[in-house]
Design a protein around this ligand. Structure first.
Ligand SMILES: *[C@@H]1O[C@H](CO)[C@@H](O)[C@H](O)[C@H]1NC(C)=O
Ligand SMILES: *[C@@H]1O[C@H](CO)[C@@H](O)[C@H](O)[C@H]1NC(C)=O
Length: 253
């Protein structure tokens, strides 16, 4: 037991000691930095689940405009062979366009829409150089930047480093898969199944007041004396007398 605790402490110290401080807050942010609500997405451009969630994320960004801040973090998963290149590509686009948000969102959207081109199986007989060139040619066609500039960015050690630091940052936040979402720094169970209305049901009460309190809804499915608590989209519990319905958590004393 003591031995296990020591190992855990050593592991934690090691993990925290290894994460470099990014030169700026991590991620690509849309919306004001002092926003009341900050939605973060940890995404992998070669992940089908992220692709599936992205159209609603775009709706979310458009719907709330300057009322919230949205931050996209790159978290390329190691078992998606070309994910790191695609993620570094996003850091390259940010670099060559001087962090132009339209270019950043356009690259993300277009790579998601065509991600099957860079799946493991699709590139199994293709060299790394050919994958880089294929992504560069793709970017060139989108006119976000030229293939030459893109390739140069992919060969740039500093941009490569930013992409690694970004990945380590996500690890330090406990991210293990994608898409992962946080609201004001707290993990939420959002995924591709969340509609814009689902997002609104969580974000609007936060925007409306510092301390949101969820009014219990009609007592439909709960035994007498208990109150129904819809604490997250598609997640409902019956609260006992004395318990509170806490958004994102459920019934708690
Ligand atoms: C782009 O990358 C170059 C080379 O690493 C760096 O010197 C420059 O500051 C970067 N520009 C931006 C806007 O990040
Ligand atoms: C990869 O190469 C092998 C061996 O030549 C071939 O059997 C296979 O169909 C190829 N796969 C793809 C996706 O091109």
């Amino acid at each position: 037991m003591l031995f296990k605790s020591i190992i855990l402490i050593v592991a934690l110290v090691t993990v925290y000691g290894q994460v470099p401080i990014p030169t700026r807050p991590d991620g690509f942010a849309v919306g004001p930095f002092d926003a009341h609500v900050v939605v973060e997405m940890y995404g992998d451009l070669i992940c089908p689940g992220c692709k599936a969630a992205w159209p609603t994320v775009l709706k979310l960004i458009q719907y709330y405009g300057q009322k919230i801040q949205f931050v996209l973090h790159t978290f390329p998963l190691p078992y998606h062979t070309n994910a790191f290149i695609a993620a570094q590509g996003l850091h390259v686009i940010a670099n060559v366009t001087n962090r132009d948000l339209n270019s950043i969102l356009a690259y993300t959207t277009l790579v998601f829409e065509n991600q099957q081109l860079w799946y493991n199986q699709a590139t199994i007989n293709v060299s790394m150089t050919e994958v880089l060139q294929s992504l560069a040619n793709f970017v060139d066609k989108t006119q976000i930047t030229t293939a030459d500039k893109f390739i140069r960015g992919l060969q740039d050690d500093e941009i490569n480093d930013h992409t690694r630091i970004s990945w380590k940052y996500a690890c330090s936040r406990g991210i293990t898969g994608t898409p992962s979402f946080m609201i004001n720094g707290v993990a939420v169970s959002a995924d591709a199944s969340w509609s814009l209305d689902d997002w609104k049901s969580v974000i609007d009460p936060l925007l409306a007041t510092q301390r949101p309190s969820f009014t219990p809804s009609a007592n439909d499915d709960c035994p007498t004396g208990q109150t129904k608590c819809t604490y997250a989209p598609h997640k409902t519990q019956c609260c006992l007398n004395g318990e509170r319905c806490i958004p994102n958590v459920g019934c708690r004393c």
